[in-house]
Ligand binder design. Structure first.
Ligand code: 5GP
Length: 137
């Protein structure tokens, strides 16, 4: 397994870059996507260094999906969404742009969402939405 310790999410995990944090524990970090496809677009990442789901230990994978379930419920409540989209890309050939495994949580349908990683959001707005989701946890 190759893992680039200088990828953007590794830097966020080391607090070298800021993020609009939703949730953190000793194994997991959840924060707002900087280029949200919809308001409330949240990323959930493990602290274990792994590029794709296939590189993650089974224990970390089990913990991660549990956290995704909990945080998705909070996103759904906070954003008053009727449905929720969860997706996860593995490898550049699959469209993955940041080589640290992450789940995307998007309120509602992705069919009405903006193009992947296309439009930067206002950091203040991201912090406001992160707070709303954290309060729903
Ligand atoms: P991927 O294409 O790897 O599945 O998704 C990477 C996601 O990370 C994209 O949705 C993109 O908008 C987001 N992203 C890229 N750089 C940053 C960053 O520096 N901070 C945050 N919070 N999100 C980022």
């Amino acid at each position: 397994m190759s893992y680039d310790p200088n990828n953007i999410f590794a830097k966020i995990l080391r607090s070298e870059l800021p993020c609009a944090k939703v949730y953190e524990d000793n194994q997991t970090l959840a924060f707002m996507d900087i280029m949200p496809q919809k308001q409330g677009h949240t990323l959930v990442i493990p602290k274990e260094p792994a590029e794709t789901l296939l590189d993650l230990s089974p224990e970390a994978a089990a913990n991660l999906i549990n956290k995704v379930q909990t945080i998705a419920a909070a996103v759904k409540t906070a954003m008053q969404a009727d449905g929720i989209t969860i997706f996860q890309l593995n490898g550049a050939a699959a469209g993955q742009t940041v080589p640290h495994i992450h789940f995307h949580i998007i309120p509602g349908s992705i069919l009405e969402a903006k193009t992947h990683a296309s439009t930067m959001a206002d950091p203040e707005e991201l912090n406001k939405v992160a707070k709303l989701i954290a309060q729903a946890l």
